[in-house]
Write a protein that binds this ligand. Sequence first.
Ligand code: 0L1
Ligand code: MG
Length: 255
Amino acid sequence: MSDLASLAEILDRAAHERVATPQLTHARPELTVEDAYEIQRLSIDRRLQRGERRVGVKMGLTSRAKMQQVGVDQMAWGRLTDKMLIEEGGSLALANFVHPRIEPEIAFLMSAPLAGRVTMAQALAAVAAVAPAMEVIDSRYENFKFALADVIADNSSSSGFVVGSWNDPHQDISNLGVILEIDGEVVEVGSSAAILGHPLRSLVAAARMVSEGGERIEAGDIVLAGGITAAPTLAKGQSIRTTVQNLGSVSIRVD
Ligand code: 0L1
Ligand code: MG
């Protein structure tokens, strides 16, 4: 097994067994961003070999709130699989995660492939629909602490996601109010503008970054644009809801 494949196995095992692992960069400070994306690819390949199916990509660290919360100031992307999808209104079993957090997101459903350097208009032309969404992030690292290469290798912390009703994408989504409620209490407030000034910019960045990794966004893919606010930690028994102005709400329970 190659060196990067053995690091991928460590992260895959941490996710599978729900046991936090030390940051890779503590023992391997020389790991590059390119190494990290290769570790991510190898680690997700292990899941695909177990029968999971790739269903899209997530962008991460596209808002100031997220960068500040985790102390990493560059965008990253990760892969979404069918096993990570939580039914809207459904529940998440806390026992299946290490130390999960939740964040409000905007999701795009793609009608056409997207790759390379594209304009916002070209990105919009490849979108079938837009929806309110939430991402469950669950760093596989001890104390939810990581450097850029660590978090990229760890699939940009992605662990689960839930998507609300799909809406016509041909509306102004540049500055929609967003609230995150836990048990009916508003815990985070934000705007879709927190995502690079406009969520479509995240899709433009995704097309470029995924292509740099030798892949592309496919028709039918779901693309998460990135956390809009800081992400609170989940606890058993909570009811979580995100509402995005004009797009609707999406909710889950924590069991
Ligand atoms: O919060 C984190 O674990 C950093 C990566 C994911 C951030 C995001 O999805 O916006
Ligand atoms: Mg996110």
